[in-house]
Design a binder for this molecule. Sequence first.
Ligand code: ADP
Ligand code: MG
Length: 302
Amino acid sequence: MTNATLTKAAPTTESLTTASPMKAKAKEIDYKPDVKKSARASSSLGADSNKPVTVKMGVYDLDLYYKDFQALNKINLEFPENQVTALIGPSGCGKSTLLKSLNRMNDLIEGCRIEGEITLDGADARKTIDVNSLRRRVGMVFQQPNPFPMSVYDNIAFGPRTHGIKSRSDLDEVVERSLRDAAIWDELKDRLKKNALGLSGGQQQRLCIARALAVRPEVLLMDEATSALDPISTAKIEELVGELKTRYTVIMVTHNMLQALRVSDKTAFFLLGEMVETGVTDDIFTNPQDSRTADYVAGRFG
Ligand SMILES: Nc1ncnc2c1ncn2[C@@H]1O[C@H](COP(=O)(O)OP(=O)(O)O)[C@@H](O)[C@H]1O
Ligand SMILES: [Mg+2]
């Protein structure tokens, strides 16, 4: 991601300062999905069935075209709040495309056209939520760690600064909180002035997670965020995701099925632009209803 796209993706001053009231307000909304939508999702929601489940984001009858190529076909999927949802499927099936449509990164692609509905806290994410506000509330971490060529501190402070936080003590606080949340404060607290490009790959990726958390998002999108990392760094990030879900909603694309099984509460299996099956992760892996899902999770293709 370039600085230019981060600027686009980063929050407005207004959205940053009103973040907490907005969130509080959104939570008050008694989300009542219509019968059609909830019937589809109810069986797959709720890792713990005693806990009420709130739909944080939803995708309804979503079609996505790159010029005349249809990359997503009538996708219906709900992402429960404070859970981890994994998107799995062979390369080219549309996982990244769906992830990017959740914070409108596809808006930047010429010829990309979307039909259907995407919601955040029940509000239409494409029509009623300002794009800057959406991208602050729905942050993203990519496959390749992409720290900016600047200090650790400045990487984290970049988004908040762009949106008007100037006081040194406020920025210090954001930097420490974000690095702590990304489980990398202890490793980096004495290296805040060092160039982020000098960190290991695993540290760079946790730094990028910290940078995404610095603007206090509500949803974190992760696109194969550990596939370029060694097993120890991968394990650290998996553990971190388990902690983050208590405060965030996480949606992750992974080609690593064991990772989906370890980390996610809900899994959705995609094939050729369609969502074949979704449900509680354990069910998808142990008792898939569709033979194509069964073949994929058994490693018979992909
Ligand atoms: N910017 C683009 N322009 C045209 N086609 C694209 C673009 N991005 C992705 N595609 C196509 O859309 C399909 C889904 O791609 P993608 O979402 O990247 O799949 P995945 O992440 O599951 O590997 C593929 O056929 C890919 O070639
Ligand atoms: Mg992809």
